[in-house]
Every structure is written in structure tokens, then in C-alpha cells.
Design a protein around this ligand. Structure first.
Ligand SMILES: Cc1cc2nc3c(=O)[nH]c(=O)nc-3n(C[C@H](O)[C@H](O)[C@H](O)COP(=O)(O)OP(=O)(O)OC[C@H]3O[C@@H](n4cnc5c(N)ncnc54)[C@H](O)[C@@H]3O)c2cc1C
Length: 394
């Protein structure tokens, strides 16, 4: 019998496993797709994330950061945002006394780094390449895997992403919508050395962004309507490059297209983060417009808070009692209280930004450009916004 079973060994679930192990719990981690082993010669993956300073600190504390860094990461120290070229807002790590703002890392590399740390523990049992088929919950939960194996635990953590089966099995509803646009993610190779700046331009058709990757690689994100995304995806690499050159600003250095993929954009918020002995974290609880690269960083914050609330109760109740039905709701409710408000305000903030910038309405254009110009000069406000973005302010 496990104390916790975690469904989903993505970036969030694997981090949760390490955190619970550190608190002395016996953990089962169930993941449908074991990440492919790292080889330095592999081209960059299609899924990458900006990992902020708060997330880095958590990954470091749990022993995964050293493994991640040994593979490949790209540090970024500067951030530039603009609409009209003359109204840029530039952020830098020096302005807040930090050595950097974050790292852009392939999701799989983060996951593999976590796996490296998990392999050093003795209290985490991994069920790789096993999909959860069904979950039956009484006081103890039995999770049935697709190979017939049954995993029993006192608590179930849903870290199984936006389409969470755990959430559905617990009968937790959601609110949200699919955005009209999709994100086209294009990996490129340039002839320049590794960059330390990430930038985003807001255009009336949606944001376009550049994220530097390790060595001379980079990732472009291009918001577009589904029909246009499909058209662009069907182009040859050379033709796609021509379309990129027509749309992206001169900041983009010369490049070759390596790969292209697209993602639907969904806003989703679970009506509850916990029910009986089930608790949701990361994308299973919320998905957000990736406009400012906050999604997984919110998931890491969920974990930090959940572990903090659990550990407070652990001090007074001890390992067995803290998991009993009568006590579960106390730490789960404190977790939800702290995280729901923050996640919701981040979601709404992104929507406001998206709605205000992705149009050509003249008065709005004037206001937002004025705003960006003022923001560039407003020292304290700018520092606060930056700290918020890198996760150092709640
Ligand atoms: C275009 C785009 C760009 C983004 N950029 C950023 C960024 O820059 N910064 C950022 O912070 N976030 C970003 N995000 C968001 C980020 O990718 C997600 O928030 C993050 O992947 C969520 O992690 P997770 O572990 O919660 O869920 P997931 O990554 O979805 O992982 C869930 C895991 O559960 C497993 N699973 C699912 N069902 C089952 C089952 N039944 N049985 C067993 N296993 C199961 C899956 O195999 C998967 O490994 C971006 C998202 C998109 C779409």
C-alpha cells in the first residue's frame, strides 16, 4: 500500500513525487509514456518551456536541477516586449539584482532531470509506460493499469494534464474554453552563438515570439487562426521560412527551419482542486494561455504550496494521521485556498493582455503603446512586473 499514487509523470507529477519522498511518504508514480533517453546529438524537441527562477529553485531543492543542467538548457537574462517598434519594454536581470531571469528548456529534459533524481531515491516506485484505465475510490483507492496491475494508495494525485482522467473519475467539473487561435511552434537553427534574450511582439493577428534554445537553436511561437496554422504547417521548410521572414521582426537572425508543430490553446479551470482523497496539480487543475510562458511554472507553485501545507499538518499529526480521511481535507483545502486565487488571476491577466493586444482597434493601440512606453520608464512598477513573471512575487 502506497501513501500517495501520482497519475502522470510529466514535469509536474515527477516533481510532486520527489517532494512527497522528501517528506517521507511512500509514493507510486504512474506514467503512460517514459521519456526517451537523452543523447547530445538529438535535435531539440518540439515542446519547450520557459522555466522561471522560482521553479528552478524548487527543482534545485529537490535534486533535479543538477541533472537538467548536465544535459542542455538555455539561460535568458533579457526580455523584450513590444507592439509598435518605438514602444519597446526591455527587462533585464540586472534591474532586479539577479544573475538571470530563467531558462528555456525542452520539457523532456526537465522530465529526464527529475527522473535522474527519482532514481536516487528509495521510496518512489515508478510504473513507466503504464496507462491508468480505471480508479476506484473508497477509503483506499485502487488504480487499475492497462496491464491489469492494481496500485493501492491512501491519496491520489492527478498530475495527468489538461484532459485529466483522475479529474473526470473524481467527478470534478471544469470551466473554460478553447481560444480561436492556435500556437504554431517552429524550431530553428541559426548561425549565431547561443542567445540570452527572449522577445515577443504583439501584432493585430496575435503574438509572435522568439525563445532561444541551447547552442544556436531557437523556438519561434506564432499565434494564428486554425486554418492559417494548417496552411503554414503544410508548406515546405523553405516556403515556411519565407512566410516567417514576412511576419517576424528584424530582430530574428538568419535561420533554417528544423521542425514545426501546433498546439490548441485552452483555458481550463477545475471547479475544485480536491475531492475526498483526490487532489489535482498542474495542468490537471488549470491550463492557461501560454502567452507569457506561465503554465508549468504555475504547476510548480501548486506543488510548493501543497507540500508546505501538508508539511505543516505533518508536524502536528504525523505520517499516518495526516492522511486519514478526517484530516485530508485540512491541508488540501489550505492548498486550494492559496493557489486558486493566484492561478485565476494569472489566467485572467493573460486573457486581458491577449484581448488588449491582438487587435487593430485604433484607441486600444494608442493606449497599449503608451502603456508600454510608460512601463519602460516606470522603474518600480517594471521591477514588480518582472518579479511576478519570474515567480518571485505571489
Ligand atoms: C505552445 C505552448 C507553449 C508553452 N510554453 C510554456 C512556457 O514557456 N512556460 C511554461 O511554464 N509553460 C508553458 N506551457 C505550458 C506547459 O507545457 C504545461 O503547463 C505543462 O506541460 C504541464 O505539465 P503537467 O505535468 O501538469 O502536464 P503534462 O505535461 O500534460 O503531463 C501529463 C502527463 O500525464 C501522463 N498521463 C496522462 N494521462 C495518463 C494516464 N491515464 N495514465 C498515465 N499517465 C497519464 C502523460 O503521458 C503526461 O506525461 C506551454 C504550453 C503550450 C501549449
Amino acid at each position: 500500500m502506497f501513501d500517495f499514487s501520482i497519475v502522470g509523470g510529466g514535469m509536474v507529477g515527477a516533481t510532486m513525487a520527489l517532494g512527497l519522498n522528501e517528506l517521507g511518504f511512500k509514493v507510486a508514480l504512474i506514467e503512460a509514456n517514459k521519456p526517451k533517453e537523452f543523447e547530445a546529438s538529438q535535435e531539440p524537441d518540439k515542446r519547450v518551456s520557459a522555466i522561471n527562477l522560482h521553479s528552478e529553485q524548487l527543482l534545485n531543492k529537490l535534486g533535479a536541477w543538477q541533472f537538467i543542467q548536465q544535459m542542455r538548457v538555455c539561460v535568458y537574462r533579457r526580455l523584450s516586449v513590444w507592439d509598435e517598434e518605438s514602444c519597446r519594454t526591455d527587462f533585464s536581470c540586472q534591474s532586479i539584482g539577479k544573475s538571470h531571469l530563467g531558462h528555456i528548456i525542452e520539457n523532456r529534459i526537465v522530465q529526464l532531470g527529475l527522473l535522474g533524481a527519482i532514481e536516487k531515491t528509495s521510496n518512489i516506485t515508478c510504473f513507466w509506460d503504464h496507462k491508468v484505465d480505471s480508479i476506484q475510490s473508497e477509503n483506499v483507492t485502487t488504480i487499475k493499469l492497462n496491464n491489469g496491475v492494481k496500485v493501492n494508495s491512501k491519496i491520489v494525485v492527478g498530475a495527468d494534464g489538461g484532459n485529466s482522467l483522475v479529474r473526470q473519475m473524481a467527478n470534478i467539473g471544469v470551466q473554460g474554453w478553447q481560444y480561436n487561435q492556435q500556437a504554431l511552434a517552429i524550431n530553428i537553427k541559426t548561425n549565431t552563438p547561443q542567445q540570452d534574450i527572449t522577445w515577443q511582439q504583439f501584432t493585430p493577428k496575435g503574438p509572435i515570439a522568439y525563445l532561444p534554445l541551447y547552442d544556436s537553436y531557437g523556438s519561434l511561437v506564432w499565434y494564428n487562426h486554425a486554418k492559417d496554422v494548417q496552411h503554414l504547417k503544410n508548406l515546405t521548410k523553405d516556403k515556411l521560412k519565407q512566410e516567417i521572414l514576412k511576419t517576424f521582426p528584424d530582430d530574428l537572425v538568419d535561420f533554417d527551419v528544423l521542425s514545426v508543430t501546433s498546439f490548441p490553446l485552452t483555458r481550463m479551470h477545475a471547479n475544485q482542486y480536491s475531492k475526498h482523497n483526490t487532489v489535482l496539480v498542474g495542468d490537471a487543475a488549470h491550463t492557461i494561455n501560454p502567452l507569457a510562458g506561465q503554465g508549468v511554472n504555475l504547476g510548480f507553485k501548486d506543488i510548493a504550496v501543497l507540500l508546505e501545507e501538508l508539511s505543516k499538518k505533518l508536524d502536528t499529526l504525523g505520517h499516518t494521521k495526516v492522511l486519514e480521511p478526517a484530516n485530508q481535507h485540512t491541508w488540501m483545502a489550505s492548498y486550494e485556498k492559496r493557489r486558486r486565487k493566484h492561478n485565476l488571476s494569472m489566467m485572467s491577466g493573460m486573457d486581458l493582455l491577449y484581448a488588449a493586444f491582438s487587435n487593430d482597434v485604433a484607441p486600444l493601440k494608442l493606449i497599449r503603446n503608451l502603456g508600454l512606453k510608460l512601463a519602460n520608464r516606470a522603474g518600480l512598477l517594471k521591477k514588480q512586473a518582472l518579479k511576478y513573471a519570474i515567480g518571485l512575487n505571489e
